[in-house]
Design a protein around this ligand. Structure first.
Ligand SMILES: Nc1ncnc2c1ncn2[C@@H]1O[C@H](COP(=O)(O)OP(=O)(O)O)[C@@H](O)[C@H]1O
Ligand SMILES: [Mg+2]
Length: 350
């Protein structure tokens, strides 16, 4: 992988652009410090097409530091498949499923992964909201179907708040998801290539891990590892792994779960391109497992691959030609995987 040109793709057009830029800067700095040839590719905000920018950067592999719509939902992944550039994270399909909170929940239900009860509301439902909500109960959580970072998220305690919450969510998407509010502790589980790295408990001062709680220093306490019975934490981690498998995700993921006082656990979502600023949750979880930030970035990079198995329709890049002549024959089998052997990570078991 060293000797290859690594493009750190960041920015984009989603509501999470700013977070993505911070993720991208952190990742680019870490990979540069490890001796990688890194190109920062800041997408969007300049009137130019993503394809044009990516082609121009002349990269061999893409580290996706994008979040939200366009970057995390399969679109950029599809473009990279067509360009033949291996990328970090999940495939087109898994990215799309995970980003669409409704489709993800449908997959969870199909795979017996518990998730809070819900229904979908669209603009046409606003006139008959009382009937639609009926005996669903309060409080309820309202969120846009396809946003992240708690953008457009509301906790509604009555019909008026429900209505304004749905209206807010519909500013971000054409559908809103209304979920039963679960009074619970919140645990996020980090997963790398299908293996659990560890877990962190998130304790927002306001009781809701909304945008302010996520991005205002001091608004949330993080406990890593969670102060919870070991058997319970293992159960939560197991559920997180099942959620990732249900969506077929790969690479680094962060699964957000709710854990009640009683016996119940619920999966909220799988983040396929989780925040990766040096102070984000996945790096915190990795650190507690003995994996420092730069090594985590390197491990994610080494999992970069193409998933779609499209016929090659372009000239091979120069570094690919070089690699073919220099790499050991034993590595040839994993033909669509980036070819350098994985560095031994200082990753603790489990
Ligand atoms: N059904 C729910 N019950 C209780 N809290 C919830 C529920 N859904 C979301 N939340 C709170 O809102 C936060 C964001 O919700 P999440 O579904 O993870 O969407 P996002 O993609 O915006 O992170 C969660 O971390 C949690 O604190
Ligand atoms: Mg979340």
């Amino acid at each position: 992988m060293k000797g290859k040109r690594v493009g750190v793709l960041m920015g984009g057009h989603s509501a999470e652009r700013e977070v993505s830029l911070r993720t991208g800067e952190g990742v680019a700095e870490a990979l540069t410090s490890l001796g990688y040839d890194v190109a920062k590719v800041v997408l969007g905000g300049n009137g130019r097409g993503y394809d044009e920018q990516i082609r121009e950067a002349n990269i061999d592999v893409a580290f996706l530091a994008l979040h939200g719509r366009g970057g995390e939902d399969g679109c950029v992944q599809g473009l990279l498949e067509l360009l033949g550039i291996p990328y970090t994270g999940s495939s087109v399909l898994s990215s799309a499923l995970a980003m669409d909170k409704l489709k993800a929940k449908e997959m969870f239900r199909l795979h017996n992964v518990p998730t809070p009860p819900y229904y979908v509301a669209e603009r046409e439902h606003l006139d008959e909201l009382a009937e639609l909500h009926n005996c669903f109960g309060f409080p309820a959580i309202v969120k846009p179907r396809g946003e992240g970072s708690s953008v457009g998220l509301t906790k509604a305690t009555d019909l008026a708040e429900l209505r304004s919450g749905i209206e807010l969510a519909l500013e971000h998407d054409t559908s809103a998801l209304v979920e039963r509010f679960i009074h619970a502790r919140e645990i996020h589980v980090g997963i790398l290539d299908g293996r659990v790295l560890g877990a962190i408990e998130v304790v927002p001062k306001s009781g809701l891990y909304d945008y302010r709680a996520k991005y205002t220093p001091g608004q949330t306490e993080y406990i890593c590892p969670p102060e919870m019975a070991a058997t319970r934490v293992r159960g939560v981690m197991n559920l997180a792994e099942r959620a990732v498998r249900a969506l077929g995700c790969s690479g680094a993921c962060r699964v957000d779960l709710l854990v009640t006082e009683g016996e119940n656990e619920y999966v909220l979502e799988v983040n396929t391109l989780p925040g990766m600023t040096p102070t984000s949750l996945l790096p915190k979880i990795a650190a507690s497992a003995g994996l420092d930030y730069a090594t985590l970035c390197e491990n994610i990079l080494q999992g970069a691959r193409l998933h779609a198995n499209l016929p090659k329709s372009r000239e091979p890049r120069r570094s690919e030609v070089n690699l073919k002549t220099s790499r050991p024959a034993s590595l040839g089998a994993a033909k669509d995987r980036v070819t350098a052997p994985r560095v031994r990570a200082r990753r603790a078991a489990g």
